[in-house]
Design a protein around this ligand. Structure first.
Ligand SMILES: NC(=O)c1ccc[n+]([C@@H]2O[C@H](COP(=O)([O-])OP(=O)(O)OC[C@H]3O[C@@H](n4cnc5c(N)ncnc54)[C@H](OP(=O)(O)O)[C@@H]3O)[C@@H](O)[C@H]2O)c1
Length: 190
C-alpha cells in the first residue's frame, strides 16, 4: 500500500485523492497552515503554480527523499497568452532545482479534473502522462494511478515537462474559448 500526500484539496486534489483511494491506497490531505507531518512517499502539489515557492520555503526540508509531483499549469493569468516559465524550461524543472533532494515528476497537468473523476475523455479512457528522470518513481506513481482505474503513460524525462506544460496550456485555451468542454479535452489513443 502506498500513501500519497496531497497538498491542496480543490478540484484536482479531490480528483487525485479519489483515484488514490479507488486503488486501495491511502490519500493524506495536507491543508494550508497546518503543522501536520507529510507521511506519503509520494507528495502531489495540487496547488496553483504561484504557491509552489511558498511550499518549497515551508515544506522543502520535509520533502527531501520523497517523490514530489508537480501538476501545475504555470499560466500567465495577466495575458492568458503564455506561461510564466521560460520557453526552454518548465515549472517542473524549476521545482526540481529548488528541491534537489526530492525526485520531481510532472503529471496530471494535461488532465482536466472532471476527466480524472469520470476516468474518461469522451469515449476514451483518461490517460495521465508522467515525465521524470527516475524510472522507479514514475512506475510507483503509474501504479497508483492504474490501480485507481486511470491509465498512465511514461512521457519521458523531466525535460518533457516543457511539452506537457505547453499541451496543458493549449488545452486550457481551448476550454476557455469553449472549443472543448471542461469535462472533455485531449485523449491518448495508443
Ligand atoms: N482544474 C483542472 O482541471 C486542472 C487541470 C490540470 C492542472 N491543474 C492545475 O492543478 C492545480 C490546482 O488546480 P485546482 O483546479 O485544483 O485549483 P483549486 O480548485 O483552486 O484548488 C487549489 C487548492 O490549493 C490550495 N492552496 C492554494 N495555495 C496554497 C498554499 N500556499 N499552500 C497550501 N495550499 C494552497 C487551496 O487551498 P485554499 O482553499 O485554502 O486556498 C486549494 O485547496 C493548479 O496548478 C492548476 O494549474 C488544474
Amino acid at each position: 500500500m502506498t500513501t500519497v500526500s496531497i497538498i491542496g484539496s480543490g478540484n484536482m486534489g479531490t480528483a487525485i485523492g479519489g483515484i488514490v483511494a479507488a486503488g486501495g491506497n491511502t490519500a493524506q490531505f495536507i491543508g494550508r497552515d497546518t503543522a501536520e507531518q507529510i507521511t506519503g512517499e509520494i507528495v502531489v502539489l495540487a496547488v496553483p503554480h504561484p504557491a509552489l515557492a511558498e511550499i518549497v520555503a515551508t515544506r522543502g526540508a520535509e520533502l527531501a527523499g520523497k517523490v514530489v509531483v508537480d501538476i501545475t499549469n504555470p499560466l500567465n493569468f495577466e495575458t492568458f497568452d503564455g506561461l510564466v516559465v521560460p520557453a526552454d524550461g518548465s515549472s517542473a524543472s524549476e521545482l526540481a532545482a529548488a528541491l534537489p533532494d526530492s525526485t520531481v515528476l510532472k503529471a496530471f497537468n494535461t488532465n482536466f479534473a472532471a476527466t480524472l473523476a469520470s476516468k474518461s475523455v469522451g469515449p476514451n479512457p483518461t490517460t495521465v502522462l508522467i515525465a521524470g528522470d527516475d524510472d522507479a518513481a514514475k512506475q510507483a506513481l503509474a501504479g497508483v494511478v492504474r490501480a485507481g482505474g486511470v491509465d498512465a503513460v511514461d512521457a519521458g524525462r523531466l525535460s518533457r515537462a516543457r511539452e506537457l506544460e505547453a499541451v496543458g496550456f493549449l488545452q486550457l485555451t481551448l476550454a476557455v474559448q469553449e472549443k472543448v468542454a471542461w469535462n472533455a479535452g485531449l485523449a491518448l489513443v495508443a
